[in-house]
Design a protein around this ligand. Structure first.
Ligand code: ADP
Ligand code: MG
Length: 204
């Protein structure tokens, strides 16, 4: 039987669920809230399950130094979304948290980067995986090594990359307790009135 065009469309955005590592960070407003609400937003899609969340780190600004310190975490999720759909969902989460793209590497409420998608290599116009700057960034490697030390990047473990990086100024400021209620819920349990909850909570 021929599938309808709607079914075809939804099939194109889905694949067999796979584990993915994300990096999140921000330095505008209540960033702990933004980190939590970003994960909640991703889960509200019904397509993302949060498996592991790192502790929260305070990290020095990178690329553009004259701006406030950042808070960063890394997260392991499981998702059946295809990479391009996951990127779009991440951009929607950033947008809902009032991120405005003004200055490259400048201040932001939240940035969500797709670091690794299983062992896949992707080179599209707007998506490169593994994320090309992981090995240069202690603000990624330190939290990433907490949750995914055995994952491999360019033939080396994340733990080994983390040992080689300059982690000066990267300070663990909180454990992952604030994310406790999001971890290991089934995706549908994260579904809710996220837009209502976010309204008025975040500023630029
Ligand atoms: P950065 O993350 O380097 O601070 P941005 O968040 O402004 O910069 O991202 C710029 C662009 O990078 C995005 O529009 C996105 O399409 C692209 N991009 C390429 N690869 C990735 C990836 N793996 N994860 C997230 N964004 C990516
Ligand atoms: Mg980004």
């Amino acid at each position: 039987m021929k599938a309808s065009s709607t079914e075809n469309k939804s099939e194109q955005t889905k694949q067999i669920p796979i584990n993915v590592l994300l990096g999140l960070g921000g330095n505008v407003g209540d960033v702990r809230d933004h980190l939590y609400n970003s994960l909640k937003f991703l889960m509200a899609s019904g397509d993302v399950q949060v498996i592991r969340v790192s502790p929260i780190y305070e990290t020095p600004p990178w690329g553009l130094e004259d701006q406030p310190v950042f808070l960063n975490i890394c997260v392991e999720i499981k998702t059946g979304l295809k990479p391009e759909s996951l990127l779009r969902l991440c951009h929607r989460a950033e947008h809902s948290l009032k991120r405005r793209r003004t200055v490259k590497w400048g201040p932001r409420t939240i940035d969500i980067d797709i670091l690794l998608i299983g062992e896949e290599t992707i080179k599209l116009a707007d998506l490169t995986v593994p994320h090309p700057r992981i090995t240069e960034r202690a603000f990624v490697l330190v939290p990433l090594a907490d949750i995914a030390p055995e994952w491999k990047l360019e033939g080396q473990s994340i733990a080994s990359w983390r040992q080689q990086c300059d982690d000066s100024g990267v300070i663990r400021v909180a454990e992952n307790d604030i994310f406790g209620d999001l971890i290991s819920l089934s995706p549908s349990q994260g579904r809710g009135s996220i837009d209502d909850e976010l309204n008025g909570q975040v500023g630029q």
